[in-house]
Design a protein around this ligand. Structure first.
Ligand SMILES: Nc1ncnc2c1ncn2[C@@H]1O[C@H](COP(=O)(O)OP(=O)(O)O)[C@@H](O)[C@H]1O
Ligand SMILES: [Mg+2]
Length: 241
């Protein structure tokens, strides 16, 4: 294969039916171990980009290569979705079971785990997120911040190889946000993280890209962790803060 990236997008064009083009000639690569931030104004197309990667929206033009395989048919995306965890921007798109434990166990069950295994993974994941005791809570009665954490639990319980996190800090108080930053930065996973919170990005990613005019802007990528991690984009000018 031409490309050993986990996710590779080439010359992607996308527009919603009857609307303007949202993604234009967009290129993106995410390699193993890479932790990428995406910071751009509302309406830039960030969420749309994640949905295109997952095969939830079909581009008008361009190529998507996931784990080295061209993703074209629904079956290709369905296979990749078992390996890529998407945290939806809106928790109500993620949570649908009556109770927290059922919601978190749903993914592992769906991936073929036994009921006992799925529940064990769900309990472990809840514990990791500080949600022990939430098992029997009614999902739709949770606060916004609690829904955010339970949503993340449903994603992590599926043991993905790549994460796409769409504004994970929405609704979280400062303390929970700090805990989440520690947890995410400790994950041994590649991810793309959309956030407007520069402190959170600073704590969790190695480089932050912007989006403008339908494509990723890498030329002014912010590199926060320059003294901790090796530069993967050393040729790109970066800011020292
Ligand atoms: N389901 C939809 N139908 C039509 N237009 C949409 C839909 N979702 C988003 N858009 C439009 O696409 C553009 C990009 O939206 P979005 O990807 O949500 O941006 P971001 O996540 O960066 O805020 C916006 O102009 C938005 O209004
Ligand atoms: Mg969005």
């Amino acid at each position: 294969m031409e490309n050993n990236a986990l996710i590779a997008l080439r010359a992607i064009d996308f527009g919603y039916p009857g609307g303007p083009q949202v993604l234009k000639n967009l290129d993106l690569d995410l390699h193993a171990g890479e932790r990428l931030g995406l910071l751009a104004p509302n309406g830039s197309g960030k969420t749309t980009l994640f949905h295109v990667i997952m095969g939830l929206l079909k581009p008008i033009r361009g190529r998507i290569i996931l784990f080295g395989q061209p993703a074209e048919k629904e079956a290709d995306f369905a296979a990749a979705r078992r390996r890529i965890g998407l945290l939806f921007q809106d928790a109500d798109d993620q949570l649908f079971s009556p109770t927290v434990l059922e919601d978190v166990a749903f993914g592992p069950l769906n991936l073929g785990k036994s009921r006992d295994e799925a529940i064990a993974v769900a309990r472990q994941t809840l514990a990791r997120l500080g949600l022990t005791g939430f098992e029997n809570r009614v999902t739709f009665r949770l606060s916004g911040g609690e829904k955010r954490l339970v949503s993340l639990a449903t994603v992590l319980a599926m043991e993905p190889e790549v994460l796409l996190l769409d504004e994970p800090t929405t609704g979280l108080d400062d303390r929970t946000r700090e805990t989440l930053a520690d947890l995410i930065s400790d994950l041994d996973l590649a991810y793309i993280l959309i956030s407007h919170n520069t402190r959170f990005l600073e704590q969790t990613v190695d480089a932050t890209y912007s989006m403008e005019d339908g494509h990723i802007k890498t030329d002014e990528a912010l590199h926060f962790h320059e003294h901790v991690h090796a530069h993967r984009h050393g040729r790109i000018p970066h800011q020292h803060e």
